[in-house]
Every structure is written in C-alpha cells, then in structure tokens.
Write a protein that binds this ligand. Structure first.
Ligand code: NAX
Length: 327
C-alpha cells in the first residue's frame, strides 16, 4: 500500500457530501491501491449527523480508508490536505436574491480560502462545488494568496457529463465515443454547451445533429437540467454531482485521455478567447499530473462567441457583487 493521501470535504452531512464520502473512501477516486485519510468538515449544528456518517464509513470496513477526522474547525479539517472538495454552502431560501446568496456563501468561502492557505498541503488541489461555484472559487482563491491560481477550480463537470449524456441518447451511442465536449462559462443558465469541436466516433458532431435542435432544445435542456432534476426529485442533483466531482478531481490529478479534453472552471488571465482576467470561467482543458492546460486557439463562430460573452458578462456581474470579499 502507498502512503495515504488526505482528502478534505466540506458539507459532508449534506446530500452531495454523503454520496461522495463513501465513493472516495472505497477507492473510487484514486483506486484500490491508494489509502485515503478523510477530513470531514461541517458546521457545528450538523456535527451530530456527521458523526453518523463517520460511523457508517467505519462500518463499511473499506480497506482503502485509513483515518477519518470529523470537525467544525477549519484548520484541523484542512490540515495537510492534498485534495479539497468545497461542497458545503447555504442553499437559496425562499425570497432570497442572487446577491444575498452570493454574499451569504461568499462569507463561507473567504474564511475557508484563508484556512486552506494556512493549513493545507502546499501542493493542494481545491475543487469548489458549492454554488455559485465559479464566484465562490474566485473568493476562495483571492483569500489563499500562497496558492497558485492553478490550484483552485470550480465544477463544470456535471454540466459536461449532462451534455455528453444528452448527445449520446440523441444519437443512440455510448457516452465514451463522444470526445472534445466543452461547456463554457458559468455554472448557471448562461453556460454554453458547445458541439462545434465535439466528435462522435471520430466524426464531427455537426454532421450528425440538426443545428436547430442543437441551438434550441439541446442547449436549453442542458442549461436547465438542474431545475428539471429538482422538479422530479424534490431535491437537487446529489449522486450525479458527487460522481462529476470525482471525475473532475481524478482527471486533474491523474490526467485526461490524450485524445480528448474536459471542461473545468479555472482562473482567467485574459489571454484565452477574449475572456477578461480575474474570473473563474469554464474552458476546455487537458490535464496531466495535477496540472491543466487550457486548449487554446479553437476556432469559434460568431454564435459561440456571443454565448461565451453572455456568460462572461454574468460572471463579471457576480464578481462586482462580492468585491468586498476579494482581497
Ligand atoms: P445540502 O444542503 O444537502 O448540504 C449542504 C451541507 O453543507 C449541509 O450539511 C450544511 O450543514 C453544510 N454546510 C453549510 N455551511 C457550511 C460551512 N460553512 N462549512 C461546512 N459545511 C457547511 O446541499 P447539497 O445538495 O449537498 O449541495 C451542496 C452545494 O452544491 C449547493 O451549494 C448546491 O447548490 C451545489 N451544487 C453544485 C453543483 C455544481 O455543478 N457546481 C451541482 C449540484 C449542486 O446543486
């Protein structure tokens, strides 16, 4: 057995946290040869429920689970963490405006960024899932000045996986023959699932799908899939979100296929696709050995650029609402 890696997860008594903890503990992130320490972080009122999660984790007798810490103290929770999943956040309550949600959750991600900066491994990789994920990731990163911008990303993988699923069902093919899918921008209804460079069994998807369906139903349904799930389940996506978070972190740590890319929300420096700097924006990326590279110089038609601009505009607006939380 190898030396254990430490994975910290916030919000582990919640729906996504409950789903992801068991998969990571059982080797679903790094495989059966890699032991893991789990650091589970919750707010004080949820510590009782978290204790139940810890008991269940122990009761699974997973051979890959080395040690479990359950805490409400951020520095103990993030201590020496190699991988961090920031999932815990406040849900939007009735009558709450987007700005209220941004500020309420921003005030969670500011101290968490600072605690990761103080206590996590210097080489930590941080994935933000809690919504609004892109702007929360920006806040965490701004408050973790010792981290490189490439050490924090936000989750777009659920949107990416949804986009693959819908296309595969339309064309009646297996999802794994679909390559080079991209979902650009914000994890919101301005996200842009882009089929322009996507291939299906090596063929350009543009040759296989009707453009009206793509620009109409396809994009709309991906943008609104979260709401469709809430309506059906009476609760938001949990198992699929946990699965996407594992896909994201596994690719980041271990690499993507050479022949394809994935979508990740990453810090902008102003040099890709005319997207302004200092935003967490989703791009197509190749990953290798804990690092990623944005796929540059894809040709994009006017329609695609317009969609990207709209999502950028929304993210700038979100950033403007939380300026006080950025260092
Ligand atoms: P739940 O409400 O089931 O669980 C949230 C948990 O976080 C609770 O147990 C709560 O006690 C805990 N929590 C709250 N504040 C905390 C803090 N400061 N520190 C540690 N824990 C804290 O929500 P769940 O369904 O698990 O969703 C979690 C977040 O993921 C939400 O913000 C949700 O909107 C977001 N999502 C993001 C997705 C993405 O693609 N980026 C998709 C799925 C999901 O909607």
């Amino acid at each position: 057995m190898k030396k254990p890696v430490t994975v910290a997860i916030t919000g582990t008594a919640g729906n996504i946290g409950y789903a992801i903890a068991f998969r990571i503990a059982s080797g679903g992130l790094f495989g059966p040869e890699q032991p893991v320490n789990l650091h589970l972080i919750e707010i004080e009122p949820a510590l009782g429920a978290l204790e139940g999660v810890v008991m269940e984790l122990h009761d699974c007798a997973f051979p890959t689970l080395n040690n479990v810490v359950a805490t409400a103290d951020l520095d103990s929770g993030f201590a020496d963490a190699d991988y961090v999943f920031l999932i815990g956040s406040r849900p939007r309550s009735k009558g709450m405006e987007r700005q209220d949600l941004l500020l309420a959750n921003g005030s969670i991600f500011k101290p968490q960024g600072a605690a990761i900066n103080r206590s996590a491994s210097k080489d930590v990789r941080v994935l933000v899932v809690g919504n609004p994920a892109n702007t929360n990731a920006l806040i965490a990163l701004h408050n973790a000045p010792n981290l490189a911008p490439t050490q924090v990303s936000s989750m777009m993988r659920l949107d990416h996986n949804r986009a693959i699923n819908k296309l595969s069902r339309r064309l009646n093919v297996q999802p794994n023959v679909i390559k080079n899918m991209t979902v650009w921008g914000n994890h919101s209804t301005t996200q842009f699932p882009d089929l322009q460079h996507c291939t299906v069994d090596g063929k350009p998807s543009a040759e296989l799908v009707d453009q009206d369906w793509y620009r109409g139903e396809y994009i709309y349904k991906i943008q609104h899939r979260g709401a469709q799930i809430i309506e059906a389940r009476g609760a938001s996506s949990a198992a699929s979100a946990a699965s996407a978070a594992i896909d994201h972190m596994r690719n980041w740590a271990l690499g993507t296929e050479a022949s394809s890319w994935v979508s990740m929300g990453v810090m902008t420096d102003g040099s890709y696709y005319d997207v302004g700097k200092d935003l967490i924006f989703s791009f197509p990326v190749h990953c290798k050995d804990h690092s990623f590279e944005i796929v540059a110089d894809l040709s994009l038609d006017d329609y695609s650029m317009g969609m990207i601009r709209a999502s950028e505009k929304e993210l700038i607006k979100e950033r403007d609402m939380v300026l006080d939380l950025l260092r």
